[in-house]
Design a protein around this ligand. Structure first.
Ligand SMILES: CC(=O)SCCNC(=O)CCNC(=O)[C@H](O)C(C)(C)COP(=O)(O)OP(=O)(O)OC[C@H]1O[C@@H](n2cnc3c(N)ncnc32)[C@H](O)[C@@H]1OP(=O)(O)O
Ligand SMILES: CCCC(=O)O
Length: 446
C-alpha cells in the first residue's frame, strides 16, 4: 500500500495542528528527547486565547516555550514525570510540577487513570509500511498515544529508527495530524568524564561482575563511569537489559564485551527502553538488530529481570540514612529527579540468581554556592526527603570508602556497615546519632 496520499492529507503547519487544543485540556509531550519542538513553540503562541492547559513531559532536555512564554503560569501548567537538570531548575522557580511514579507503572497510569486530550510527540520518518518509529523513547509512549483523543506527530529525520521488541511505533492510520521538523537536531548528553571517586567506586563494582553478567546502568555520572570501566575489564560475554541506553554500552560493544550470547531470555539482543547520549550512540541504534527496544512495563518488570541470571544493577543516590533508606530523588523538599526505574531494578536484581543491586554515591557533598561540605550518610533523611528505595529492598551500598551489603541485616549491623563507609569527618557524629536512635550495640565497631 502507498501511504503518501494519507500523509499529505494529514500534513499541517505547527500553527494549524495545535488549533485542536482547547481550554482545560491535558496535553502530553511524551518523554525525553522525543518531546515536540515546533508544536511546543506553536502552542506557546496561543497563550492569549487559551486557559488552564496542563502539559505532561519527562526528562526534558530542551527549554520549553510554553514555560518561557508564561512565567506566571497563567495559562500553561507544566508537569514532569522525572526531572532533568532543566526541569529541576524550573521546579526551583515554581515553574514545573512533579508527578510521582514508579516507572514500570507508567503505561498503567495512562491506560487506567489518566486523561490525554492531545498527544504531540517527535517520531522518526514514516516507513514504506506507514509506521512512525518512537526512536529514542519507546518508554510508555504507546500507552499515552492509545489514551489520547488526538495524536499529532512531529516528524524529524534526525531520529534513528529503533528496532523492537514491541510498542516501538505507531501506524499512520492512528495519527490525526503530521508536522515536519526535519532540520532540528535532537538533544544529546555529554559523555561523563569519570573522576578519581567514580573510578574507586567503579573498581569496587567491577570486581563483582562475572562473565555473562547482565547489566543495567542507571541515570547519572557514576553508573556511566562504572560501565566504562567494565568495558576496559577482562569480563566476557556480558548481556544488556536496561531502561536507559547510554554510551557506556556502546563502549562495551566496541571492546567486544557485550554479546548477549548467554541471556536466559532475549538471547542475542541488547534490551532497552529509552536513550539519551551522543550522536554516535544514536547512529548505533539506527536499524540495528543487535538492539531491541521494549515498553517500560517489560524492561522494568521485576518478574522479567529476575529471569536473567547474574543481573547487576548499578544506580546512583543522593543520600542514605542509618536505617539504609535510600533517597535518590530529593534533598529534603527539593525535588532533584524522580524514582524512575530505580526501585524496579533494585527489586528485580535481588530476585535474579546471583543478582546484585548496587546503589553508588559519593560520601560527601559540597554545596556549590556556600562551599559547605556535608555527609551523604545522614542519621535520618531530612524532613521532606523522599525514600526512593526502602531499607527493606536495599542490597549493596558503594562509595569511595567501600562496599557494604545490607540485605538481612539488623538495624545495628546496618548502622555499623553504613558508618564504616561514611566520610571519616562525619563518622563520630553519626555514631552518636546511632546511639540516640537505639541502633548501636555496645560492641559495635568504631
Ligand atoms: C534510568 C535507568 O536506567 S533506571 C533507574 C535509574 N534511576 C534512578 O536511579 C533515579 C534516581 N537517580 C537519579 O536521578 C540520579 O542518579 C541522581 C540524581 C541521584 C544523580 O544524577 P547526576 O546527574 O549524577 O547528579 P548530579 O551530581 O548532577 O546532581 C544532581 C543535582 O542534585 C544535587 N545534589 C546531588 N547530591 C546532593 C546532596 N547530597 N545534597 C543536596 N543536593 C545534591 C546537585 O547539586 C545537582 O543539583 P543542580 O543541578 O542544581 O546543581
Ligand atoms: C524515568 C526515567 C529515568 C529514571 O529511571 O531514572
Amino acid at each position: 500500500m502507498n501511504y503518501i496520499h494519507e500523509y499529505q492529507e494529514k500534513l499541517r503547519t505547527p500553527e494549524a495542528a495545535v488549533k485542536v487544543v482547547q481550554s482545560g485540556d491535558w496535553v502530553d509531550y511524551g518523554f525525553g528527547t522525543n518531546q515536540p519542538i515546533l508544536l511546543d513553540e506553536a502552542l506557546a503562541k496561543r497563550k492569549p486565547e487559551l486557559q488552564d492547559i496542563k502539559i505532561r513531559g519527562a526528562l526534558t532536555l530542551k527549554p520549553r516555550q510554553i514555560v518561557s512564554a508564561d512565567l506566571k503560569r497563567e495559562c500553561f501548567t507544566y508537569c514532569s514525570w522525572h526531572f532533568s537538570g532543566y526541569d529541576r531548575q524550573l521546579h526551583d522557580r515554581n515553574l514545573c510540577s512533579f508527578i510521582p511514579m514508579i516507572y514500570r507503572n507508567m503505561p498503567r497510569y495512562y491506560r487506567n487513570e489518566l486523561v490525554v486530550d492531545v498527544a504531540m510527540i517527535c517520531v522518526a520518518p514514516m516507513d514504506k509500511h506507514g509506521y512512525f518509529n518512537f526512536s529514542l523513547s519507546t518508554s510508555a509512549t504507546q500507552a499515552a498515544l492509545e489514551t489520547a483523543k488526538i495524536v499529532i506527530v512531529e516528524v524529524n529525520e534526525q531520529f534513528p529508527r529503533a528496532l523492537g521488541g514491541r510498542e516501538e511505533c505507531i501506524h499512520i492510520s492512528e495519527v490525526d495530524y503530521i508536522v515536519e521538523s526535519n532540520q532540528i537536531g535532537i538533544p544529546e548528553l555529554p559523555v561523563a568524564v569519570p573522576d578519581e571517586i567514580d573510578e574507586k567506586v567503579a573498581r569496587l563494582i567491577v570486581e563483582e561482575v562475572v562473565d555473562r553478567s547482565i547489566l543495567q546502568l542507571g541515570i547519572g555520572g557514576m553508573p556511566n563511569a562504572v560501565g566504562n570501566l567494565i568495558a576496559e575489564s577482562d569480563v566476557k560475554d556480558l548481556g544488556m537489559h536496561t531502561e536507559m541506553l547510554v554510551d557506556a554500552y556502546l563502549a562495551m560493544y566496541k571492546k567486544g564485551k557485550l554479546t548477549n550470547k548467554y541471556k536466559q531470555i532475549d538471547k542475542g539482543k541488547s534490551v532497552w527502553n529509552f536513550s539519551a547520549g551522543s550522536r554516535e550512540l544514536y547512529d548505533w541504534i539506527d536499524q540495528n538488530p543487535f538492539l531491541a527496544v521494549y515498553p517500560v512495563e517489560y524492561t522494568n518488570d521485576p518478574a522479567v529481570i529476575r529471569q536473567l541470571d547474574h543481573f547487576i544493577s548499578v544506580n546512583n543516590c543522593v543520600e542514605v540514612d542509618l536505617y539504609g533508606q535510600i533517597s535518590s530523588e530529593s534533598s529534603g523538599i527539593r525535588q532533584i529527579s524522580g524514582t524512575g526505574g530505580q526501585l524496579d531494578f533494585v527489586t528485580g536484581a535481588y530476585l535474579s540468581r546471583g543478582g546484585k543491586s548496587f546503589i553508588c554515591f559519593r560520601s560527601s557533598y559540597t554545596n556549590k554556592k556556600t562551599g559547605v561540605m556535608s555527609s551523604c550518610v545522614v542519621p535520618t533523611l531530612p524532613a521532606g526527603g523522599i525514600v526512593t528505595a526502602p531499607r527493606t529492598q536495599a542490597h549493596y551500598l558503594v562509595n569511595e570508602w567501600g562496599k557494604v551489603n545490607l540485605a538481612g541485616c539488623s538495624t545495628w549491623e546496618r548502622a555499623e556497615k553504613i558508618i564504616s563507609i561514611a566520610h571519616p569527618n562525619f563518622q563520630n557524629e553519626l555514631i552518636q546519632h546511632a546511639e540516640q536512635m537505639k541502633i548501636w550495640r555496645r560492641s559495635n565497631k568504631r
